[in-house]
Design a protein around this ligand. Structure first.
Ligand SMILES: C[S@@+](CC[C@H](N)C(=O)[O-])C[C@H]1O[C@@H](n2cnc3c(N)ncnc32)[C@H](O)[C@@H]1O
Length: 196
């Protein structure tokens, strides 16, 4: 089942967050715009992927389209961006054959209020997150014993999660330069990066 929830508990952007996201979105390219993957992780169909701050859905739709993961989720609190994400996912489904067992859940909400506790892989271009959202990201990931990978474009404050590595100078859909760093963590013993 697809979930396109709107409005529920989504806070307004603060002036500070607005300024950060405005600057990111000035440079935001249209879908599809994949992040160049360093092929760092093995993913399996039972993995649950969540993009926290999923914008117009480019990462969520790419993961839905190109990996075997059966549940892909995107959580975005700006309604217009969420609506675009829903449109992009529907367009993809209309124009491609999609395995009926796969679902993409696009939620218009706040990462601090929505439930993403089933995630085994969490991705977040968290550069524009405020401190409250970063704290939710850290706490919820620390409390999730199934979390195999957290990939965040802001380094976490001190955490019990195990740091796995850093990817530097990456291309993203929202920066003109290859200048974005992602920090990778895990909460599952034995999990490591493949090409690190
Ligand atoms: C830089 S964009 C990332 C878009 C996409 N995930 C990507 O990597 O290309 C970050 C998004 O996070 C959203 N965001 C910021 N704080 C949030 C929160 N507390 N809850 C949900 N979304 C949030 C912003 O509105 C923005 O669209």
């Amino acid at each position: 089942m697809d979930v396109h929830r709107t409005g529920m508990g989504a806070p307004r952007e603060t002036k500070r967050t607005q300024a950060r996201t405005r600057s990111a979105y000035r440079r935001y390219r249209a879908f599809p715009a994949p992040i160049r993957s360093p092929r760092m992780a093995e993913v399996i169909s039972s993995d649950v992927f969540t993009d926290l701050g999923s914008g117009i859905g480019n990462v969520a739709v790419q993961v839905y389209a190109n990996t075997p993961m059966r549940r892909v989720r995107g959580i975005e609190f700006v309604k217009e961006r969420h609506n675009d994400a829903v449109r992009h996912a529907e367009e993809f489904k209309r124009t491609h054959q999609v395995d009926k067992d796969k679902e993409i859940l696009l939620v218009n909400g706040d990462v601090c209020k929505e439930d993403w506790s089933d995630s085994t892989i969490v991705f977040s271009s968290s550069t524009c997150f405020d401190d409250r959202a970063m704290e939710c990201l850290r706490r919820n990931c620390e409390e999730n014993p199934k979390l195999r990978y957290l990939v965040s474009s802001r380094e976490l404050p001190p955490t019990t999660l195990r740091p796995l590595g850093v990817f530097e100078n990456l291309d993203t859909s929202w920066s003109m330069k290859s200048d974005v760093t992602y920090w990778v963590y895990s909460n599952v013993p034995g999990v490591k990066l493949r090409d690190a």
